[in-house]
Design a protein around this ligand. Structure first.
Ligand code: PLP
Length: 404
């Protein structure tokens, strides 16, 4: 019998819902794509999106912007981070996170990753004196113990910005991701939980932060058009003091996003069905460690990770190669060179960072796989069988070598 092969695509998203296409067409027909270009009595799609997203996560204020990276840099600026300031962030995250810190001329201070793939709270406690802001990345959708983290940061006087690029729709003990820190930042880029190609959202309950973010994004003194923004009085001084660093969202993207946000809870269930199918298929594979998901965490399983703990780099490479030959694309965070999306703290050489051996040991074993909604449950079962077989085969061979 020949080995099963998966022939689907790991990067194919679902189409934009018909409702979003119709709304986008209406915006294009109107010609009023710029968020401040409205007809009398009209409320821009961008403004409606902000109101709806604020209500969805239970935040007071929301601003739609050009990208998740822009949202993070804006959040840092809105908190007053200046060139040369140090900002705590995750060693295990993707390049736009330290990039946002670098964008404001600040310096990332990396905090280690635990074997649950979340920020290492012990390492955070050890570094708490080094910065006044933490840009916390919920990398690949894994939430740390948010209560413990917030207690630590509140006691240390550290303002938390949450990077929710992978946790839009997720929650910790029912609290939506992005609403525990001072500011929550989301991405609407194609590979995220809603897709407008590019785009970002920023939420906060802090009126001054919201006002600064609105001014920063390029509001040309039209801030009163922001119905999910703070009252005009908040802008009294801020409007003179805040530079315009344009990065607005447009009505076309907003029109595409609104129906997707309305479907988010349903999409989360579809993602999680797929995630659980793959997880169940991988459970018990020799040499492979699944990541336990805490009770308190409601996640969105748009990707799955597992660990090949203490494996040699060569054996991991064999798994990647053999899986790829059968159509399964796995990413590895332990590779000596960054490939595609998988860079890590020591790839960002514009930051002078001491080695982090405990994190290196975790990173060396992290395998990551996208789970797009275009996969059927049968696809997920097949993918799990392929990974199980290939991990099992390589693991068995290394065991035999060691005992031989
Ligand atoms: C963890 C993480 N944070 C932030 C971002 C930034 O999002 P964007 O691509 O919208 O700038 C990304 C995007 O890949 C990401 O993966």
């Amino acid at each position: 019998m020949s080995a099963e092969v998966f022939t689907g695509s790991f990067t194919q998203q679902e189409p934009i819902p018909d409702e979003g296409i119709a709304a986008a067409n209406a915006v294009m027909r109107s010609g009023r794509l710029h968020r401040y270009n409205t007809a009398p009595g009209e409320t821009a799609e961008t403004v409606l999106l902000e109101q709806e997203f604020a209500a969805q996560v239970g935040a007071k204020y929301c601003l739609a912007v050009a990208s998740g990276g822009y949202a993070m840099a804006t959040a840092l600026r809105a908190l007053g981070v200046k060139p040369g300031d140090r900002v705590l962030t995750n060693a295990f995250t993707l390049a736009p996170v330290p990039g946002a810190i670098a964008a404001v001329g600040a310096v990332p201070v990396f905090v280690g990753v635990s074997d649950q793939l979340v920020i290492d709270l012990e390492d955070l406690a050890a570094k708490q004196g080094e910065a006044k802001v933490l840009l916390l990345s919920h990398m690949r959708g894994h939430l740390c113990d948010m209560e413990a983290l917030m207690t630590l940061c509140n006691e240390a006087g550290i303002a938390v910005i949450e990077d929710c690029a992978h946790t839009m729709g997720a929650a910790w003990k029912g609290v939506p991701s992005g609403t525990q820190g001072r500011i929550g930042c989301y991405s609407c880029q194609t590979y995220k939980h809603v897709n407008s190609g590019e785009g970002g959202l920023l939420v906060t309950d802090d009126a001054e932060v919201a006002a600064r973010a609105i001014m920063l994004s390029g509001s040309y003194m039209l801030y009163e058009k922001h119905l999910a923004g703070p009252p005009p009085e908040t802008f009294a001084q801020i409007r003179y003091e805040t530079p315009n660093i344009s990065g607005r969202m447009d009505n076309l993207r907003a029109a595409i996003l609104r129906p997707q946000l309305r479907n988010l809870a349903e999409q989360r269930e579809r993602w999680n069905e797929r995630y659980r199918k793959i997880e169940a298929g991988l459970r018990g594979t020799p040499g492979l460690t699944l990541i336990a998901r805490p009770e308190a965490e409601s996640y969105v399983g748009s990707s799955i990770q597992f660990l090949l703990k203490d494996w040699s780099g060569e054996a991991v490479q064999q798994v990647l190669r053999r899986s790829a030959e059968r159509g399964v694309e796995l990413k590895w965070f332990g590779a000596p060179e960054p490939v595609g999306f998988t860079s890590r703290y020591d790839s960002w050489r514009y930051v002078d960072t001491p080695p982090m051996p405990r994190s290196d040991a975790v990173l060396a074993g992290i395998i990551d796989m996208r789970v797009p909604l275009t996969f059927s449950l049968e696809d997920c079962g097949l993918i799990a069988r392929i990974i199980r077989a290939e991990v099992g085969a390589v693991y068995q061979a290394t065991q035999d070598e060691n005992s031989g």
